[in-house]
Each structure stands twice: as structure tokens, then as C-alpha cells.
Design a protein around this ligand. Structure first.
Ligand SMILES: NC(=O)c1ccc[n+]([C@@H]2O[C@H](COP(=O)([O-])OP(=O)(O)OC[C@H]3O[C@@H](n4cnc5c(N)ncnc54)[C@H](OP(=O)(O)O)[C@@H]3O)[C@@H](O)[C@H]2O)c1
Length: 298
């Protein structure tokens, strides 16, 4: 099957494309830098600069992952604009491909994030939970709304609201592990904020589950069934690396250093994968200690 992947050169996309190619599918990857992206992708992947370049290939399915990195640098007004516009523009191009391709793709699995819910304190968050209105929510809302427009062209649309994706070689562990290895790790603020996490293998597993199941559409929380607080995460990561994690980063320092972006570090949601579990998706990594020991034993 030909599967179009935007952001295929990224942390999730690389593993998704490798797994799809291993199983005989052809990844059609959209990348701003096709030559560079191709070096990170399986030989069978075809890489082009825009979704429109693939209209004549009539992909059967689309996975939409591309977007300006969220957790890097301060959220200045121009950074916020890039965060929103990069996602909305690419998603619009994907919807346009759905309109023009003959036949249209069967399904679009489009990324969103736990940020959809905003700060939720300690309450359990399922797909039914009303969001807290803040920048991350506005961003995800616009991104999701753009993806849903593919339905007008007969495409089934599933949205994955992604938690923190864990694996070696990228994502948040690539940033935190070196700090913890130096013995400089510690909880952020009071450490009570929830960090819904998901092993990259389950992230790719959930996307493929949604690609295959014709009866599933709408939003799906993509995080393991046992979310942890930041303090628990810090403890488990310290344990997995055999380093004590005792140097807390005070909330005020993070607010001064990162401005509004510090909300990503200091607030959270106890997100549960209610709809994925109801639909029968079986997580390979349900507990954080199990996920971290898999990642650090490789
Ligand atoms: N990883 C996580 O923990 C996590 C958590 C929640 C949500 N998500 C969301 O899931 C999606 C995939 O995550 P990821 O970790 O795989 O992301 P990633 O590694 O940052 O990769 C995303 C890809 O998007 C493309 N991209 C970056 N900036 C862009 C821009 N300004 N305009 C157009 N394309 C741009 C890049 O591809 P090219 O350079 O090849 O064009 C990049 O490889 C992202 O949208 C992310 O926000 C991820």
C-alpha cells in the first residue's frame, strides 16, 4: 500500500516509515529537504517537497505528522505563528491532496497533542474531557479542525492526541538523558504535573492500528494507560540510569528562562487512552519502568 507521510523524517515518522517499509508498504514522504530526509528513510521511500507532488500516486492512506518543534525556545509571537501555521498549512495541503487524488485516500491519521486539553491538574482526562483554553489548546484545535476537512472528500479521519513519545535517539529523552547522566536531573517545579508518555513503538503501533481499523474515527488519546507525575517520571528515569535525581528546577527559574513555553514543563494532563483501549489496542509498554528499561537496554 502507498502511504503518504508528512514529517516522515522526524522522530515518530522515521520509525513509522521503517516499519511500513519492512512490511512491504511504500512510504511517500513529504519533506522540506528531500535529500537529507531520504538518508534517514528506507530505500523504498519516495521523498518529495510537497503533498501536491504525490497527487498522481493516489496514496491509499495519509499520516500527517509535520510541524515546527514545540518544545524548543521561547514562544515569541513569531514562534507561535510558525507553530500554528506550519501545521495548518501542511494539513491544508494534505486535505487538498484528498480532494484532488483519484481515488481519494481511504484514511487520514493526523497528529495532535496532549496540549489539546491544556492544564487539567489531577483529573483523569479522556477524549470526553472539556479542554482548558490556552495557547496549546488553540493550536491543537485549529490543527484538528483542518484535518477534519478531509471528511468532506469521503476520507475517514482519526486524530492522535500524542503524549510524550519516549525512545532513544530523539524526543524528550534525547534532551533529558544527558542531564540525568551528569547527575543534574530533578523534578520540575513541584513535580505534581502529569506527564502522559508513550513508547515510540506503541506510538507507531497505535497509528497503524488506526490506519487499519475502518470503523474508527475522531480523536484518540495516544499515551500509555499509566501516566505519571513529573516527580515519578524523574524518579524512574534516575533509577533507570542509576543516577539520583535530586536537583529540582524551581518553577520561577523555568518561567524566567522559557516564558509561556514553561507551561509545557510545569502543567499537564492525566491523559488516558480510553478510546484506543475500548477499540482493543493492546499496549506493549503499559508501565514507565518497563518502557525505560527496554529503551536503555538497547
Ligand atoms: N515527539 C513527541 O513527544 C510529541 C508529543 C506530542 C505531539 N507531537 C507531535 O507529533 C508530530 C510528530 O512528532 P515528532 O516528534 O516526530 O516531530 P519532529 O521529530 O520534530 O519531526 C517533525 C517533522 O516536521 C517537519 N517540520 C519541522 N518544522 C517544520 C516547519 N516549520 N514546516 C514544515 N515542516 C516542518 C520536519 O520535516 P522536514 O525537515 O523533513 O521537512 C520534521 O522532521 C509533531 O507535529 C509533534 O508536534 C510529538
Amino acid at each position: 500500500m502507498k502511504i503518504l507521510v508528512t514529517g516522515g523524517s522526524g522522530f515518530i515518522g522515521q520509525k513509522l516509515c521503517a516499519d511500513l517499509a519492512r512490511d512491504g508498504h511504500i512510504p511517500l514522504v513529504v519533506s522540506r529537504a528531500p535529500d537529507k530526509a531520504a538518508r534517514k528513510l528506507p530505500d523504498s521511500a519516495i521523498v518529495r517537497p510537497s503533498a501536491a507532488d504525490f497527487v498522481d500516486e493516489s496514496p491509499e492512506a495519509v499520516v500527517n505528522l509535520a510541524g515546527e518543534p514545540i518544545a524548543e525556545g521561547r514562544w515569541t509571537e513569531s514562534k507561535k505563528k510558525a507553530l500554528v501555521e506550519s501545521r495548518v498549512d501542511i494539513t491544508r495541503a494534505v486535505v487538498d491532496l484528498c480532494r484532488r487524488a483519484e481515488p481519494a485516500p481511504r484514511v487520514l491519521v493526523s497528529a495532535s497533542a496532549v496540549g489539546y486539553y491544556g492544564d487539567q491538574g489531577e483529573r483523569e482526562v479522556t477524549e470526553q474531557t472539556p479542554p482548558h483554553d490556552e495557547f496549546a489548546h488553540q493550536l491543537c484545535k485549529r490543527w484538528e479542525a483542518e484535518a477534519h476537512k478531509a471528511e468532506e472528500h469521503g476520507v475517514r479521519v482519526a486524530i492522535v492526541r500524542i503524549g510524550l513519545v519516549l525512545d532513544a535517539g530523539g524526543g524528550m529523552l534525547a534532551k533529558t538523558t544527558p542531564v540525568f547522566k551528569l547527575g543534574l536531573g530533578g523534578k520540575l517545579g513541584n513535580g505534581e504535573q502529569y506527564m502522559p508518555w508513550i513508547h515510540r513503538e506503541d506510538m507507531v503501533g497505535a497509528i497503524r492500528f488506526l490506519l487499519e481499523r475502518d470503523d474508527l474515527s475522531g480523536p484518540f488519546n495516544a499515551s500509555a494507560p499509566n501516566p505519571v507525575t513529573n516527580a515519578e517520571f524523574t524518579r524512574e528515569l534516575g533509577r533507570a540510569l542509576h543516577r539520583p535525581a535530586v536537583l529540582p528546577a524551581p518553577a520561577l527559574a523555568l518561567k524566567l528562562a522559557f516564558g509561556e513555553m514553561s507551561r509545557l514543563l510545569l502543567t499537564g494532563a492525566k491523559m488516558l487512552p480510553a478510546r484506543l483501549e475500548e477499540a482493543g489496542y493492546e499496549f506493549r509498554f503499559r508501565k514507565l519502568d518497563q518502557a525505560l528499561s527496554d529503551i536503555f537496554s538497547r
